[in-house]
Ligand binder design. Sequence first.
Ligand SMILES: [Zn+2]
Length: 237
Amino acid sequence: MTDSHENCQHNPETSLQNLLDKNRQWAERIAELDPGFFPRLAAQHKPEYLWIGCSDSRVPANEICGLLPGEIFVHRNIANIVLQSDFNCVSVIQFAVDVLKVKHIIVTGHYGCAGVYAAHEEQRIGLADHWIAHVRAVFSRHEDLLMAEPVHLERERMLVELNVIEQVVNVCRLPVMQDAWNRGQDVTVHGWIYGLQDGRLRDLGLCVRERRRTDELRREAVTAWMAKRTRESSLAA
Ligand SMILES: [Zn+2]
């Protein structure tokens, strides 16, 4: 059903006045604390970080890293997937690296991810199944490792982590990254996981700052990740 703009504004059920009010309060609060904040931001865009994360509304990059507007460039999609054929994601990475000259690219997955859950359970959603198939491909690639884990929930958490590793590998294999490293640009790719239960970020220990062979990088990353898991589970025991 369509509605006139005026009706929409005066109908409490369709109006988003509460969001507009909150925005005004937020902008006033920031301007009061730092009157130069918005003019400074408007004049320059120079973030040091690119965040590639899930669209999940519980994982907002700025808030969970305690960063202000202007400090982090963001790309989000379901299950934080990086594809060579996705011009949206690849354009964001190219702009971030070539124009903004970010120093760090952080791929962040999260436990309890609906996209990863759907891939793990082979659940049908609809059109999004085509997208989630890329997480399913991560499952297939690491099926032996994953199926060796008997606890269902733990296997899903492993898939969240392996998906981040695979997406870090996908970032590193992009021509834009290879070119940047070839010319000696200082840019590092990281893999993190966010916990919805405790609000904490975990570093997977992946840190790529130079051109690498894709298969070699994947092998090393997965081996290091497994060693870290074994270490942590023996500490927890
Ligand atoms: Zn998610």
